[in-house]
Design a protein around this ligand. Structure first.
Ligand code: FAD
Length: 513
């Protein structure tokens, strides 16, 4: 595997960037520092112990800070290293979270001291003032006001105050050492914050004071006032627990894991996602109903009819959708057993033709963790795609697709709460849709409302935050500044963008089985 053939072994806490350098370093919620090296270069070999030492030293700062490595001597990485403007080795570049462009990476000195490298990261983190992800801990000194109100506004059981000289780093280092833990917040207090220094009788720096929710304040006396003794002490407090965070390269059981996530381009549409949605709806969701009749059967027929007309399946898929549709159509008004429907789906007679994909296979919709994205993402994608495809057929009834989708969601979508929300949006306004273009826009607008409602919820994939879509990067002329707090949209541009993004021409066939 080329990714691990370089200077760093897979079990080191560094991320092998390789072909995913753009995906990792740009638009991330984390702060990244990447080393671009060449495995043959002597300087790089001499620098290696420092970078490995730093990685080990700050591995608990993940997922706030990640270190990445990429071997520019590897032919599959030539292009990436060129794109990142690497001219000599080793080149160290840092990327603030949400950095958009390759050119925004900041070159750093490849100094050999782990301490200097670590302190530089802290300085960079502090420089990122305006666009810090909310999950990052604050690094600035805490104010008296914040201390007084801490337990009123926060859920933690403890507040650890580290009193230090302004030039010291131990407060911020300990804060970052504790990012994977909950139950305690760590903040620094500077020597010149007299009211707090006097209140706790602090005379030496650093010093650790522990405040607890039950009102006790303790100046903690440990054998040594060092970063590791502070961290060990705080981690051992009752009720302080490790959070269940997703960390690139670390499996749930804590062992090192190869990152096998796929490379997906946000500007593309992946056939593998669309096929996954079709597969999952017809096989997994519909199969929950062993008998289909009445409104539910009608809804299935309408949904399959929309797929048959507008889904550009691969050749055998088209044949299959036709035969499913006509099979169902013949049974309208009767009762259908899912097992019979399944036989048609599996197309036993023409077994030589593999037709519907037999498992999910997400690309753009692959989450950073199996809990995230996946099916609902693929379903939205399929729905938008179908509204756009229908708009190319001027004879199509304006609400045909929306009604097909609405019936599907109402009768089959396994997330019942989602289905309820969607149905109430549909009942409220779907009847205002009079044209095929309005159908595209209706779904776009409703999806954005759902995004707004779900932003910041635990179901949000931290690597794919729910933001108004399309972003400025995807469509520079869709969002217009109107000076107010609310985003304003240029609707004709949004419509054009939807028609381009969800077009057949934009379909990519990567990762298809
Ligand atoms: P998704 O929101 O699934 O979006 C998938 C992709 O579509 C995005 O990555 C982006 O490329 C594109 N996109 C994003 N916004 C738009 C837009 N406005 N127009 C066009 N394309 C866009 N979850 C809940 O917790 N509660 C709910 O009530 C709920 N209701 C849902 C209703 C429906 C009909 C569906 C299909 C899903 C619903 N979900 C709900 C799931 C939720 O909306 C997301 O699908 C899920 O959280 C996965 O999110 P995601 O980050 O993959 O992006």
């Amino acid at each position: 595997v080329p990714s691990h053939a370089g200077l760093y072994t897979p079990d080191e806490p560094v991320v092998h960037l390789d072909r995913k350098a753009h995906t990792y370093l740009l638009g991330s919620r984390s702060f990244w520092v990447a080393e671009f090296y060449a495995s043959w270069c002597g300087h790089c070999q001499r620098f290696k112990p420092s970078w490995s030492g730093l990685a080990e030293d700050i591995k608990d700062w993940r997922p706030v800070v990640y270190l990445g490595v990429i071997d520019c001597a590897e032919s599959s990485n030539f292009e990436t290293c060129n794109e990142f403007g690497v001219e000599g080795y080793p080149t160290i570049k840092s990327f603030k979270s949400f950095t958009k462009e390759v050119s925004q990476g900041v070159s750093e000195d490849a100094v050999h001291s782990v301490q200097a490298l670590r302190e530089n990261i802290i300085t960079r983190l502090e420089e990122q003032k305006d666009s810090r992800p909310s999950s990052w801990p604050p690094l600035e000194p805490i104010s008296t006001f914040e201390v007084e109100n801490f337990f009123k506004t926060k859920q933690e059981n403890y507040l650890a105050l580290i009193f230090e000289e302004p030039s010291m780093y131990i407060g911020r280092e300990t804060t970052l050492d504790m990012v994977q833990y909950e139950g305690v917040s760590v903040r620094r207090v500077l020597r010149d914050q007299n009211d707090m220094v006097n209140k706790f009788w602090i005379t030496s720096y650093p010093s650790l004071v522990l405040l607890s929710r039950n009102g006790s304040n303790t100046v903690v006396n440990l054998k040594a006032d060092t970063r590791s003794s502070y961290t060990d002490f705080l981690r051992s407090l009752p009720g302080v627990r490790k959070k269940n965070l997703f960390i690139i390269g670390v499996a749930n059981n804590g062992t090192t894991e190869q990152d096998d996530r796929r490379i997906a381009d946000s500007t593309k549409l992946y056939m593998a996602d669309l096929e996954s949605a079709v597969h999952y709806t017809l096989r997994a969701e519909v199969s929950r109903f062993s008998h289909l009749e009445g409104e539910r059967l009608d809804a299935l027929i309408a949904y399959v009819s929309v797929l048959r007309k507008y889904f550009p399946a691969r050749p055998y898929g088209t044949t299959l959708l036709k035969s499913i549709h006509s099979w169902l159509h013949d049974r309208a008004g009767k009762e259908v057993l899912y097992k019979d429907f399944e036989n048609v789906l599996n197309n036993k007679d023409e077994a030589q033709n593999a037709v519907l994909s037999s498992s999910v296979n997400y690309v753009w919709c692959q989450g950073s963790h199996p809990n995230f994205r996946g099916f609902p993402c693929s379903l939205w994608t399929l729905f938008h795609f179908l509204t756009v495809q229908a708009s190319e057929d001027t004879a199509a009834p304006p609400t045909e697709v929306l009604l097909g989708l609405r019936g599907y969601v109402k009768n089959f979508f396994g997330c019942r709460e989602c289905a309820g929300h969607f149905e109430s949006m549909a009942a409220e306004s779907m009847n205002t849709v009079n044209t095929l273009d309005e159908a595209i826009l209706w779904l776009w607008d409703r999806h954005n409302r759902v995004n707004k409602r779900l932003a910041g919820q635990p179901s949000e994939d931290p690597e794919f935050p729910k933001l108004p879509w399309p972003s400025k990067t995807l469509c520079p002329f869709c969002q217009v500044e109107d000076g107010g707090d609310e985003l304003a949209w240029d609707i004709p541009n949004v419509l054009n963008f939807m028609k381009t993004h969800y077009s057949r021409q934009n379909l990519a066939n990567d990762y298809l089985e």
